[in-house]
Design a protein around this ligand. Structure first.
Ligand code: NAD
Length: 312
């Protein structure tokens, strides 16, 4: 199987490349290295089943050349703006890197007859909801430009899938943590504590509570869903059963860094930044009944991620 991973030099994309190569897939990773880095895939550089191409997916003519030269069987589309807070002052970041990248890749699938498309979506498509987030939910009201970009991308995938007989897997990730993570709350806390081990500034009131998933669990789930779900258009939440609060994360980070009596200073308000969904819980019945459950809990995932960042 010849596969394309867009965003293949990123945090999750590079772990997916590791898994697919180990399962004997031929992998071409395309990334413009705007957020990803070659360091994430350095260990794969000489592997006979792996190739890296530095390219911006917004350059559709270059992308067409890549599709022309490589007859892909399946595309895993992970490239996007992964920094939700970053687009607060510039929505165009998500219009381009979250939505238009998806449109361009879909258009290449149509032109070059690639009939399998796997998409990295997000809990952000649901917006700020009081209910458990279920794939059956009809009210999808994103509150960030990132969530809007993902939801618009999902709509185009649905239409391309129907119009061109493309089988698609839309997988809505929770918060993902682990080795090679580039930004987010854990990074933020470690950086702040290195500067000042006596006091830690925490965005919001610390009660934001979300499910965090270990990246190796996630990439296994992606491959499992791709291999097991057989509809033309497959929607899946993927996640863990429990959630972790931001204050709990702060305590784990302090403990792992062996800092005692750190004073937590909250900036206040219920959210970390504009567009942040402070609390969500996934309904996981659909993926559980397909036969998959995460190995690590949310808190275990956080601990693994903190240790990996500190060891590095
Ligand atoms: N990390 C999470 O918690 C999380 C949660 C939900 C969904 N996701 C989704 O998973 C996917 C991977 O996220 P990640 O955490 O690995 O982030 P990441 O930033 O590490 O990976 C995204 C990659 O896409 C690349 N990219 C961005 N724009 C591009 C463009 N125009 N052309 C080519 N490459 C481009 C970046 O350089 C980066 O390597 C993204 O689609 C993200 O939205 C991530």
């Amino acid at each position: 199987m010849k596969t394309l991973i867009t965003g293949g030099a990123g945090f999750i994309g590079s772990h997916l490349a590791d898994l697919l190569v180990s399962e004997n897939y031929d992998v071409v990773a395309v990334d413009n290295l705007s957020l990803g880095t070659k360091k994430n895939i350095r260990h794969l550089a000489c592997h006979k089943r792996f190739k890296f191409i530095k390219e911006d997916l917004l350059h559709i003519d270059k992308l067409k050349d890549i599709f022309q030269k490589n007859r892909f069987d399946v595309v895993f589309h992970l490239a996007a703006n992964s920094d939700i807070a970053e687009s607060e002052s510039n929505p165009e970041i998500d219009l381009n890197n979250t939505f238009m990248t998806t449109y361009n890749v879909l258009e290449c699938c149509r032109l070059f007859h690639v009939d399998k498309f796997v998409f990295a979506s997000s809990s952000a498509v649901y917006g700020d909801s009081d209910e458990d987030l279920s794939e059956k939910s009809c009210t999808l009201c994103p509150i960030s430009y990132y969530g809007a970009g993902k939801l618009a991308a999902e709509s185009f995938i649905s239409a391309y899938s129907f119009m061109n007989n493309i089988r698609s897997w839309i997988i809505r990730f929770p918060n993902v943590v682990g080795e090679r993570i580039t930004h987010g709350v854990i990074h933020d806390f470690i950086k702040k504590l290195k500067n000042n081990p006596k006091q830690l500034e925490i965005l919001g009131d610390g009660n934001q509570k979300k499910p965090y998933m270990y990246v190796k669990d996630l990439v296994e789930a992606i491959l499992f869903i791709y291999q097991s779900a057989k509809e033309r258009l497959n929607y899946y939440n993927v996640g863990v059963k429990d959630e972790t609060t931001v204050t709990e994360i702060a305590k784990i980070v302090c403990k792992e860094m062996k800092f005692k009596n750190v004073k937590f200073k909250y900036t206040g308000g219920t959210t970390g930044w504009r567009g942040d969904v402070p609390f969500y819980q996934y309904d996981l019945k659909k993926i559980n009944s397909l036969g998959w459950e995460a190995k690590y809990s949310s808190t275990e995932a956080i601990k693994l991620a903190v240790r990996s960042i500190l060891n590095k």
